[in-house]
Structures are given as structure tokens and as C-alpha cells.
Design a protein around this ligand. Structure first.
Ligand code: ADP
Ligand code: MG
Length: 141
């Protein structure tokens, strides 16, 4: 599926709508450069799940947990990860095994550590400052 948005709010709305199809155990791997709108999309996911708190990139914490909605959302930002094997120290396997949804920014850093069922969400810039293309690629069933 491909969506085009023309504002941060529209990107959040795509995330909010997509949250309806989330089930526990799902992993969403985000791709797209700094400022693409990964966090904006995840803000929409959290809202759609019914989470009412703040959603920001967990740059220092690496992972934020959003609880209280229909499902727990684990929001990762792997920007600062230098090597994929650091994921072991983070408890990556335990996070994946939880009854939660994992949304992973800078998922390129976790290449080889993502389950086969991972859904890839790639956000790229369009012709103007506020245009984005969002591609959601679900794993083959
Ligand atoms: P990322 O997490 O990918 O680094 P953010 O979601 O934190 O990106 O930030 C996206 C930035 O781009 C914000 O400053 C936002 O205002 C801006 N922006 C402009 N147009 C859009 C759009 N269509 N969708 C999402 N963000 C947009
Ligand atoms: Mg971000």
C-alpha cells in the first residue's frame, strides 16, 4: 500500500488508521531519513491504540513503552546503535517475545534481527517540504 501525505497531521492520520490492523506480536520496521516522519506515524499508531501520553523518539532510552491502550506499543529508536549485536544487551529477544507491538525507527540497524513477519514502512520525501510517500509492505502470508 502506498499513501501520500501533505502534512505531519496527515501522516499521523495514516498511522492512526493503520493501528486498527495491529495485533500483538507484530513488528513494524521503519525506514526513512531524519525528519522523514517516522515518529509522526508512530504518534498516530499510539493515538489509534488509545494511548494518551506523549510520543517522542526515545533517543536516549532506546525504547519507550506506551501502555494503557488496546495493545502495548514499544517504540524503539536504534539510531545510536553501533552494531546489531548490541541488541542482545538491550533484551531485544525479550521485547519481541512480549504480547506487544514493536515499532522500530532506524530498523536498518537491526538487519538480520527482525522476524520474517516484519512489516516494513518506508517514508520518503516528496516534491515539496511537506509531501511524503509512505509505503507499507506487509509480509507475504
Ligand atoms: P523522524 O522520526 O523520521 O526523524 P519526525 O516525525 O520526528 O521524523 O519529524 C518529521 C518532521 O517533518 C517534523 O518536523 C514534521 O513537522 C515535518 N513534516 C513535514 N511534512 C510532513 C509530513 N507530510 N509527514 C510527516 N512529517 C512531516
Ligand atoms: Mg524519530
Amino acid at each position: 500500500m502506498i499513501y501520500h501525505t501533505a502534512s505531519p497531521h496527515e501522516t499521523e492520520n495514516v498511522g492512526e488508521m493503520f493501528s486498527n490492523s495491529l495485533e500483538k506480536g507484530m513488528v513494524l520496521a521503519f525506514r526513512g531519513d531524519l525528519g522523514a516522519g517516522k515518529t509522526a506515524f508512530i504518534r498516530g499508531l499510539a493515538k489509534g491504540l488509545g494511548y494518551t501520553g506523549r510520543v517522542t523518539s526515545p533517543t536516549y532510552a532506546i525504547v519507550n513503552e506506551y501502555e494503557g491502550g488496546r495493545l502495548t506499543l514499544l517504540h524503539f529508536d536504534l539510531y545510536r546503535l553501533e552494531q546489531a549485536d548490541e541488541l542482545y544487551d538491550l533484551g531485544w529477544e525479550d521485547y519481541l517475545a512480549r504480547d506487544a507491538v514493536c515499532a522500530v525507527e532506524w530498523s536498518e540497524r537491526a538487519q538480520g534481527y527482525l522476524p520474517a513477519s516484519t512489516i516494513y514502512i518506508t517514508i520518503s520525501r516528496g516534491e515539496t517540504d511537506e509531501m511524503r510517500e509512505i509505503e507499507i509492505k506487509e509480509a507475504a502470508k
